[in-house]
Design a protein around this ligand. Structure first.
Ligand code: E4P
Length: 219
């Protein structure tokens, strides 16, 4: 399973990259705003800076909501860097735009997916990635993992190549469960990735090994 980091924070992207486990980055307008990235030129430069850190795909979301505007904005984003993936909302014009970009060989990520039917449409439009939002479904007492399982079944039934990008991942067990279910990619915060490192028996075991080694040197 690929690991994408879901942030526009450059230092966190660098840290995940240096850990050696980063396969790509997803951003959205809220994440860009959180980092204080405003204005056309700053936004463009920020996407370029992200592409300098990672070798993987970088999802850049359009703000437009009509087909013509999405095409114009998406083409400009895709022209920035070969790693840019045009992120499109799961609405009628977003699906039309996904088909347009797919026919042109430009990668897309259809976002804000909350049902298997939406994921089926995204695959038929030739999206590179589909982003079901696991955490936001869990937030409203709906089983987000079940949605990912349904999408996996549908895509496998027909051999759709669209990659299931489990989004809105919040914690370590989301990552483990996405891997068990067969998501192609997960995108989440750095904290969820580093939480995978933790086990008290690892820490206790290492402390014991080092103590035994130190004692043996003194003997
Ligand atoms: C997906 O690409 C989104 O950026 C993201 O995963 C949303 O996560 P959130 O529900 O934690 O905001």
């Amino acid at each position: 399973m690929k690991f994408f980091i879901d942030t526009a924070n450059l230092s966190q992207i660098k840290e995940a990259h240096e850990l050696g486990v980063l396969d790509g980055v997803t951003t959205n307008p809220s994440l860009m705003a959180k980092e204080g990235i405003t204005g056309h030129d700053n936004i463009i430069n920020h996407y370029k800076a992200i592409c300098e850190i990672t070798d993987g795909d970088v999802s850049a979301e359009v703000i437009a909501t009509t087909f013509d505007e999405m095409v114009a904005e998406g083409e400009a984003l895709a022209a920035l860097h070969p790693q840019i993936v045009v992120k499109l909302p799961m609405i009628k014009d977003g699906i039309k735009a996904a088909k347009y970009f797919s026919d042109k060989g430009i990668k897309t990520n259809v976002t804000l997916v909350f049902s298997a039917g939406q994921a089926l449409l995204a695959a038929k439009a030739g999206a590179t990635y589909v982003s079901p939002f696991l955490g936001r479904l869990d937030d409203i007492s709906t089983d987000g993992l079940n949605l990912i399982q349904e999408i996996r079944l549908i895509y496998d039934n027909y051999g759709y190549e669209t990659q299931i990008l489990a989004a809105s991942v919040r914690h370590a067990m989301h990552i483990v469960n996405c891997a068990k279910i067969g998501a192609d990619v997960m995108t989440g915060p750095l904290s969820a990735m580093t939480a995978l490192l933790k086990h008290p028996l690892t820490d206790n075991g290492l402390a014991q090994f080092l103590a035994d080694h130190a004692a043996a040197q003194k003997a």
